[in-house]
Design a protein around this ligand. Sequence first.
Ligand SMILES: [Zn+2]
Length: 600
Amino acid sequence: MTDKKLPQRNELPQEMTWNLEIMYKNSKEWEDDFSKIPELLEKFMAFKGKLKDSAAMLRDAIEASDAMERLAEKVYVYAHLRSDEDTADSKNRSKVDRASALFAEISGKTAWFDPEIMEIHPEVMAQFLQAEDLAFYKRSLEELLRERPHTLSEKEERILGMSSDVMSTPSKTFSMLNNADLRFPEINNESGTKVEMTHGNYIKFLECSKREVRKDAFEGMYDTYNKFRNTFSSTLDGTIKRHVLGSKIRNHKSALGSALFGDNIPEEVYRNLIQAVHDKLPALHKYMQLRCDALKLDKLDMYDIFCPLVPECKVEVTWQEAVKWVREALKPMGKEYCNTLEKTFEQRWVDIMECRGKRSGAYSSGCYDSYPYLLLNFHGTLNDVFTLAHELGHSMHSYYSHHAQEYHYADYRIFVAEVASTTNEQLLHQYLMKNTQDKNLKAYLLCHLLDELRGTIYRQTQFAEFELWMHEQSEQGVPLTPDVLSEKYFELNKLYYGDSVNSDQRIEMEWARIPHFYYNFYVYKYATGISAAVELSQNILSGDSRKIEDYFGFLKAGDSKDVLDIMKDAGVDLSTPKPVHDALDLFDKTVDQLRELLEL
Ligand SMILES: [Zn+2]
């Protein structure tokens, strides 16, 4: 759709837009709430220095803090949702800016809170934790107290706080070089027109059916990174050193242990994931061989991994059809889930159509005192239907956690954040596979599943393994030079993709372009999350009502338990290799199914 044809916001039919009026009828109501927050902040600040006085005092302080945060979230969420309706609207933009500034002020002024709790004498705290007044907050206090052995003196903490900005210089330099300064060559696209390559269009080139285009883009990309290999290795080395230093300063056994500490994840979970993926590498090699055969190549190369094996199905789906498909696909969740799902449409949780100035993409967002809203830009492709199922998963997860938990424990963690959304995608996949006879659509769906599992389990685990290796090298004092990084990356890539891929040596530079390597052990969560989702969707489709009830337990858990316990109670034990093995067995089976369908 061209920009000219896009409707204005006020031209959209009301039923295609979300109902934000239910949060605030008008700007004045929002301003009223906004102006209440400084008073709530002041009320909270009055507790400073008094937390050790009594269990009741500490409880009142926690409640004052929650009351303030809860309202500030509502004010912020409304502003950002409104602003995303039309990003060019400066009035709504200024609300977002004001709400963000308020958040920054709150976090600056309340920084004393956690340290003051940790300073309460252990014997006094032990009594507090037994007190009726604090019974409800016991879990979150114990979570905070786990940090005590890793917390330094006030003076040391202040110095660390003061140095954190300058310590992030390596990652900022990476971001500046990578996003602002780096220029990629022009590439001849499919129709022979020269187009400047960017981060944004690189994947389009790699998806091109003409091999020359893919090859040119691949070579242009990595030759560019190679020119800056010393700078990129230096920014990466600096960041890894920062993680390692941080873990030592805070008395953690290792950088990995330090990064997993927050979610209380044992290191074995991380190492098991890598081992479990290694066990199933033959399935990835089999898929690569299938790609090679389907593309009729003598040998596959790294730039042949992204192009579609079957042409995209030109399915045009109306909004009503999309809703119907998703509704049917999610039926195995049972009546309760389906009834709640209907609220999405009846109460207008979802903003459906694209309009001028609207934020692109899709998300689920909200707060404790709002609907779990969904923003879409629905154009009626098959992908859009998957996006709807995905975002609905997030929203239903938020809905159930917010309804089952008090505000204090309502928000689920990143570790489980993609589980409900990808479970829904799995259910939609199974539903569509079962209900179509169209061979081309079936092949398309199988490819879609394979590429999703390859990208989320194999690829992210390859990154996770490289990340672990970099930190361990750094812990042993080995400098991460470009040669060291490239040699290891190439070796790992060879291990993952196997002999059916004729790795162009240039892939050794891939480490230089992955922003996630600056995130400190983040990507493994993608792999564990989707593995859990595969297992859960199989449980749900088994029709066993006890297993479905366990799934509801997960949806409702919020942050009331440790993430591994939440998943275990839902039927997925991530401390064992089973969920990853099962997900990759599904991958293996899907490769066979696709080969049969393509008659190769
Ligand atoms: Zn998501």
